[in-house]
Write a protein that binds this ligand. Sequence first.
Ligand SMILES: [Zn+2]
Length: 318
Amino acid sequence: MSLLSTLLATLHLLTASPAGDSLPAPPFVARRLADGVYAVLGDTGRGSEGRPNAGFVVTAEGVVVIDALASPRQGEGLLHAIRSVTRQPVRWLVLTHHHPDHHFGAIVFKRAGAKVIAHPDTRVLASEGGTDALVADWVRVVGLDAMRGFEFADVPDRPVTGSDTLLLGGRTIVITHPGAAHTAGDLLVWLPKERVLFAGDLLIEDGVSMVVDGSAHGLRHGLDVIDSLAPLVAVPGHGAIPARPAELVARTRAYITGLSADMRRAIENGVPMRRALASLPPADEHRPVSLDSRRRRNAARVYVEEERGYMGLEDSTQ
Ligand SMILES: [Zn+2]
């Protein structure tokens, strides 16, 4: 029996235990952004150890959910928040990307009857060791209890690799792949009439936007796409909704552009990566999602990207 099937069998047993049923769903709050458009904000400052942001759109013909959060239990909390607003059926779940903290609650929505819209490229560095290891690692982050009833549900019923417009109950929702920015499978969710954007992890309000699964070049392009939309409201993947979306975009661009320039300068001066990273604060071995650790991982990724550019090699992620 594989590790994953053992783990899933354990999760099934836990699901079947009557004691588990008495656990209350966490009280997630739906915050209204525009008529029928809501955000459910996570806990900030904890990176993927915490809960990211999600959202949903209520239409006359059902609900469209944006991201499923980090575990079946969190997914249930999100569904509960949706049910506090509407009894409409959940028709679609859109995944902004395939990091576990954004889709490990997806099965809850699938079981509620939703179809999944996502980019078909589900690869992320964290899954390189296989799905068993990915799930086992994630159980250590969110706890076994939160994972009761887990199944993967991020393979799209409706794949988006370019741009797709979802018309439902008088609403227009544009779903766009801006290129590989944060990950290979990024999607932006845009409501043109309400001018509300769900940016996924291209925008992180309480930390740094990571490019280890994407590229600095791709992130800069993605930020240009966001700027061109000129959203009134931009919901970041993590952290608070910024008062002025353009400022968070500018801050993100300044960070990634500055990092690329620093790494390029190091390469031009023949400085090896180890020394180039020495100016950054040390990574916290016990907390890989800490801000320092994240800055370091980004810097290592951008060093390689700049080195390839310097040598005239095309970046494989572009
Ligand atoms: Zn992410």
